[in-house]
Design a protein around this ligand. Sequence first.
Ligand SMILES: Cc1cc2nc3c(=O)[nH]c(=O)nc-3n(C[C@H](O)[C@H](O)[C@H](O)COP(=O)(O)OP(=O)(O)OC[C@H]3O[C@@H](n4cnc5c(N)ncnc54)[C@H](O)[C@@H]3O)c2cc1C
Length: 440
Amino acid sequence: MTILTHHSPVNFQTNLPREVDVIIIGAGIIGISTAWFLSQSGLKVLVCEKGRVAGEQSSRNWGWIRQQGRDEAELPIMMESMSIWRGLTEQGINTGFHQGGSLYLCENQAQLDCYDEFLGFAAEHKLETQQLSSEQLYTRLNSTPKHWISALHTPDDGRAEPATAVPAMARACAQAGVHISENCAVDHLSITNQIVDGVQTERGYIRCSRVLVCAGHWSSSLLHSIGTKLPQLSVKASVARTAKAPFLFNGNASGSNLAFRRRLDGGYTIAMSDYLEVFPSVHSLKQINTFLPLLRTAAAKMKLRIYDESAYVNPFDSDADYKKVEANRVLNPQPTAAAITRMRNRLDQVLPIMKEVPIVECWAGMIDATPDAVPVMDSVDKLDGLFIATGFSGHGFGIGPAAGKIMANLIQDKTSEHDLSRFRFSRFSDGSKLRLGPSI
Ligand SMILES: Cc1cc2nc3c(=O)[nH]c(=O)nc-3n(C[C@H](O)[C@H](O)[C@H](O)COP(=O)(O)OP(=O)(O)OC[C@H]3O[C@@H](n4cnc5c(N)ncnc54)[C@H](O)[C@@H]3O)c2cc1C
């Protein structure tokens, strides 16, 4: 088994323009999707990426494009995202998108009951989702012994290949005229009289009137440097992939402790659904009270870690600290060996058909979580021209394309068809009682 290393060459480089309309900080799924929609309106757009396009979360995730189990406010956005993924495929952008469905596998009735509320509003949104009996489940899932008694099934859910999807979208953006620059960290936002007027990158200063911060794990630190507080918690998740394997299920499936997703290469991306490691930074420790409800709810699966050089990056607030961004071109946390061993054991235990199938590669990603486990998609009050789309809390890949459309509209001052009040930035500072989303 190999551990993922990141030495991919620079594939996106541009002569940095001196001035553009919009600068996007971060070339993950959110930044590239926003650029895609902005490019259709003729604006001059530059995406600055400190490392590689989709080098961090956006290539390391499970690849689920899931409507099932979403927060009520996210569901209509996610349903739109599904049709955008379909549309990208129709336009020849090869993301590996396939609608094979999602299964939430249940060992007992109590696990199934957790989805009652979701089933209620899913029906209002006309999302097809049903409870499968054991017999119905095992016509779809190739497994003996029959470990699960039933499942929730959303046949329309999809999957894509994270390692190739966003780079494919980025190539389409570049063809449409978007400037994308890898190895181009943004060190400072330049703001005069509370109006954004440009950014200082490691390769020079660029003027612009609008900036989108969608820097994933790094957003909080970047915003902190201009005195804007965003509570964000870093959560490490370890993942692995198997060699080509016997057919199990053609989509995504998760039980109380194991998740697996069919890959285009015939293997499975596997992970533990009950094991996450929390790395509080200096800033998140200061705001730890805001995170207590989330930490309490997910206590069974979140393990608190104090420091791990391979996983943890200090938030920066001095010139010396800025250099850490450039030094961490691609944040490549090491997968936790104990987590990979447990994945292997669980796979053998609940899906014995996989016993002879080796795990060939493993990796980890750093999830950026907000205190209520739903993202921020908003402009920033009193800082004219500054926008934020971050904190997707472990489920931003699937919703990414629609989030990008929302942000492109906000940046152009166009009204969104979605109710975005749940995602407003001010909820962390205006005294609102935070309502937890369905967890990370
Ligand atoms: C293990 C794992 C499994 C997951 N599984 C799923 C799943 O199955 N389905 C799902 O929907 N979601 C999943 N997610 C969540 C999903 O991957 C993320 O929510 C999503 O990728 C976030 O995208 P992003 O663009 O906000 O951030 P990122 O992909 O993290 O991109 C941010 C980018 O900003 C860049 N950057 C940061 N600072 C700077 C700077 N100063 N200058 C320039 N660039 C900068 C970074 O280098 C990075 O490339 C998972 C996440 C992980 C880690």
